[in-house]
Design a protein around this ligand. Structure first.
Ligand code: HEC
Ligand code: HEC
Length: 281
């Protein structure tokens, strides 16, 4: 091989080797040094459910600590593009900037994984509990606007809206302070085959009140909620049969799943709310 040809191919080899080395370095630094921005995001948002140390707050949320970085990154991409479905994580993943994906994966991969008996993390203080108080006069003041059967859980739910929410929706306004929805969750009455008994109205016969869920708007109530989870000034709540707030409750999952519904004021049942108002007029 003539000398000049040899040098040319040698240069090509070294150049591509150089690129490969540079890429390897990038990926190594990416994995070894989670960026500060990724850590901030993790502590402000992800910690709400996955815990500060990557150990989650509940049995329905996975631990991330000590997991392989590539696995975490791939899951985040799948949750972002929707090929992996999750009512809670899809909305969050679509908001993660591309630049932080690998950093977040590296952040959790670098943490010690769970040990037997590690237990659960406590929810973020800003999402623990709720500012929504139980609307004790809802039976007199609120409007019953919707009933839904839930065959999988053998439940039937009854939805009640505050008069001001119905007015806001009818006027096309953003729900303002005082707007609220309260949902009664009942176990359905079961027949001999343990199937729900259907009432003449097409809904399961309600047998026993199990608990209530609710959402309400208050002035500035959204300010303490991380932007990625914030639903305007709505806050969410769960109340027991005795109407007291559920202990250890965190709003994270409620906010995350309702978050994509910005165009309907974070309400899944806006259509029914609008129709209810129309009927009353
Ligand atoms: C509101 C609660 C909540 C928040 C906040 C949250 N997650 Fe999740 N995350 C979940 C749930 C629930 C799942 C399980 C999803 C499913 O059902 O597939 C999950 C799954 C994941 C997974 C897949 C784990 C696995 O084992 O496959 C990754 C990765 C992840 N989350 C990363 C993040 C990151 C990074 C953030 C912050 C930007 C974040 N999550 C914020 C609730 C949350
Ligand atoms: C995985 C998604 C998801 C999560 C998590 C979730 N919701 Fe919802 N929510 C829905 C859907 C869907 C509806 C519409 C009615 C139905 O199908 O249950 C709804 C309806 C509601 C309504 C009636 C007003 C409306 O938006 O139409 C209230 C109140 C409510 N949810 C409260 C909560 C509370 C409190 C939590 C947390 C404990 C929560 N939700 C968590 C999906 C979710």
């Amino acid at each position: 091989m003539p000398a000049n040809q040899f040098t040319a191919s040698f240069r090509r080899v070294t150049r591509s080797a150089g690129v490969a080395i540079a890429l390897a370095l990038v990926s190594q630094t990416g994995a070894a040094n989670p960026s500060e921005k990724a850590a901030e995001l993790a502590n402000a948002v992800c910690a709400a459910c996955h815990g500060n140390n990557g150990l989650s707050i509940s049995d329905t949320i996975p631990n991330l600590a000590g997991q392989r970085a590539t696995y975490l990154e791939n899951q985040l991409r799948a949750l972002r593009d929707g090929s992996r479905k999750s009512g809670v994580m899809n909305a969050i993943a679509t908001q993660i900037p591309e630049a932080e994906l690998r950093g977040l994966a590296a952040h959790y991969a670098a943490m010690p994984g769970a040990q037997v008996g590690s237990g659960r993390s406590t929810p973020l203080a800003t999402l623990a509990g709720s500012k929504m108080a139980f609307p004790s006069d809802y039976r007199e003041k609120f409007q019953h606007y919707l009933t839904m059967n839930f065959p999988a859980t053998r439940q039937v739910r009854k939805f009640f809206a505050s008069p001001s929410l119905l007015e806001n929706i009818a006027a096309g306004q953003t729900p303002a302070e005082g707007a609220a929805v309260l949902v009664e969750v009942y176990a359905a009455q079961l027949d001999d085959k343990r199937q729900p008994v259907m009432g003449t109205d097409g809904f399961f016969q309600a047998e026993k009140l199990l608990f209530y869920t609710g959402m309400a708007v208050g002035k500035g109530w959204g300010e303490s909620i991380p932007a990625m989870l914030r639903n305007g000034d709505w806050q969410y709540a769960v109340f027991g049969q005795d109407r007291s707030p559920r202990q250890g409750f965190s709003q994270g999952e409620c906010l995350a799943c309702h978050k994509p519904l910005e165009s309907t004021h974070y309400l899944f049942t806006q259509k029914s709310l609008a129709e209810t108002r129309a009927k009353r007029l």
